[in-house]
Design a protein around this ligand. Structure first.
Ligand SMILES: Nc1ncnc2c1ncn2[C@@H]1O[C@H](COP(=O)(O)OP(=O)(O)O)[C@@H](O)[C@H]1O
Ligand SMILES: [Mg+2]
Length: 252
């Protein structure tokens, strides 16, 4: 099941450049939350703080509190544990190119020490079904490499890989922006189904996509979160002039 995330006074830096300023928001469990805003406004930096990937950059730093349920992710758990519980899918599908489809999906489980063949088989099947890819690949699991799939299939395989380790939160950073329209709509359908079981945060440049999949939307500008509200409100009657200018296409 998904878990809610509470972000309190999050600030982030690269070297001396202050990139995120006092971000506060609540991301509800088992819903999809969209983050929109022009390039460079800090959306990716923000989601990387949510699974402690930001700190893997040696010049990067963050302050503030992020709680998953009651767990303070920077104090109460290791980065490895947080990255298992908060999965991530990137703009470009990133399969392990030399591995089979099966090994791609099982890779996180193996890293976490699972060796039991039956459990691995069951989890690979369950995850590929959840990612709506099973029917397309079930006969080629160990025959084909992950990199031999189409872009859209690779992205669904990467979603299966993230789901295999049983996360509570799934972060998706522009997961469909490198894909064709048909593959994009498959990813959107998938988000719609997955959000009953997981908490989903999706960064998107595509406002129709935010409107289709997410209950709530946050608008970022210059490292600040200008407005956070129901997606309907953001797109029909935003409170802030800057949000209105963005959604009506006046900039960005
Ligand atoms: N690895 C990095 N090193 C230094 N600056 C970075 C790095 N990644 C992002 N930034 C800077 O942080 C700001 C926010 O970037 P980012 O979070 O990628 O924005 P978005 O995802 O909204 O396009 C930008 O000014 C960008 O140049
Ligand atoms: Mg980005």
């Amino acid at each position: 099941m998904g878990v809610g995330i509470q972000v309190e006074n999050l600030n982030a830096w690269y070297g001396s450049t202050h990139t995120l300023h006092d971000i506060n928001l609540h991301i509800p469990a088992n819903h999809a939350t969209a983050l929109i805003g022009p390039s460079g406004c800090g959306k990716s930096t923000f989601v990387r703080c949510l699974n402690r990937m930001h700190e893997t950059n040696p010049i990067a730093r963050a302050t503030g509190v992020i709680k998953m349920g009651d767990l303070d992710i920077y104090k109460d758990a290791s980065p490895v544990e947080i990255r298992r519980r908060v999965g991530m899918v990137f703009q470009r599908p990133n399969p392990f190119p030399t591995m089979s489809i099966y090994d791609n999906v099982a890779s996180g489980l193996k890293l976490n020490g699972f060796r039991n063949r039956r459990i691995l088989d069951e989890t690979v099947e369950r995850s590929l079904k959840q990612a709506a890819l099973w029917e397309e690949v079930k006969d080629d699991l160990k025959k084909k490499s992950g990199a031999s799939l189409s872009g859209g299939q690779q992205q669904r395989m990467c979603i299966a890989r993230a789901l295999a380790v049983d996360p509570e939160v799934l972060l998706m950073d522009e997961p469909a922006s490198a894909l064709d329209p048909v593959s994009t709509s498959k990813i959107e359908d998938l988000i719609f189904q997955l959000k009953s079981q997981y908490t989903i945060v999706i960064v998107t440049h595509n406002m129709q996509q935010a409107a289709r999949v997410a209950e709530n939307t946050g608008f970022f500008l210059n490292g600040k979160m200008v407005e956070f509200d129901s997606t309907h409100k953001i797109f029909t009657n935003p409170s802030d002039k800057r949000t209105e200018d963005y959604i009506t296409g006046r900039f960005g």
